[in-house]
Design a binder for this molecule. Structure first.
Ligand SMILES: [Zn+2]
Ligand SMILES: [Zn+2]
Length: 241
């Protein structure tokens, strides 16, 4: 997160354009999101540093913090891709529908959270700080912040689509036809794409995607240990229409 703030700072100071810094923002977001996901399985909100607890990436004024994201993710694990899964809104339906939902994911997740649980003092406090910082940056450099925001929102949306829809939805008989089924699946890519993904994210972090079925079977196991785990210790994961 600090590297993303650094990139935004350089862009705001005019040292480099957002276009030049975009690859840094994209890669740091993807790695940071996967690292944060690892932490969510082992650290309570009080045990993480405040910038992480705030989740202050400035992608939306209606965002949730670490506390809320952790609760949502752990509920996702308890009933993945089933009714009751808070991520179902960006898993179900066809790919176009799921992608649209993922693009609006930060706001949809926040609206759902507030409608179900209201606004806690910590959520109100943290959301106010995020909103004020975002407003200050909009005033300081509107066009630069807009460019940063577009890069970040596209990255957040596409990665959220991949993390939820691609890992929990399949079409039996091919993506263009057949019946939709829901479950938890590993990400299997053609070899060059797989190699690029591991290079971009690092092999241990990419394993959360490539071995997502193993991650759901053993959510406390570190990502780097997931490969081959299901072959050695088979677990039946539910697949349903
Ligand atoms: Zn999952
Ligand atoms: Zn998880």
């Amino acid at each position: 997160m600090s590297t993303i703030w650094g990139a935004l700072g350089l862009a705001m100071l005019g040292v480099a354009s957002v276009g030049v810094l975009a690859p840094v923002i994209v890669v740091c977001y993807l790695r940071g999101a996967l690292l944060t996901h690892e932490l969510m399985h082992v650290r309570r909100p009080e045990q993480v540093a405040w910038p992480l607890r705030m989740m202050m990436l400035l992608e939306t004024p209606l965002g949730l913090g670490y506390r809320e994201h952790q609760d949502i993710h752990l509920r996702h694990h308890r009933c993945a891709a089933k009714p009751g899964d808070p991520e179902l809104f960006q898993i179900r339906g066809g790919s176009a529908r799921a992608l649209a939902a993922a693009m609006l994911g930060p706001e949809l997740a926040a609206l759902r959270w507030v409608s179900e649980r209201g606004v806690s003092p910590s959520l109100r406090r943290e959301a106010t700080v995020r909103l004020l910082v975002m407003l200050a940056l909009v005033l300081a450099g509107p066009s630069t912040f807009l460019a940063y925001w577009v890069v970040l929102r596209l990255t957040v949306g596409v990665s959220s689509f991949a993390f939820h829809h691609l890992l929990h939805y399949r079409r039996v008989g091919g993506w263009g036809a057949g019946q939709a089924v829901y479950g938890t699946f590993p990400l299997r890519l053609p070899r060059p794409l797989d190699a690029a993904l591991r290079l971009l994210l690092s092999a241990p972090l990419a394993a959360v995607l490539c071995e997502h079925d193993a991650h759901h079977a053993w959510s406390q196991v570190k990502a780097e240990r997931l490969r081959g785990l299901l072959a050695e210790f088979p677990v039946e994961l539910e697949v349903r229409a």
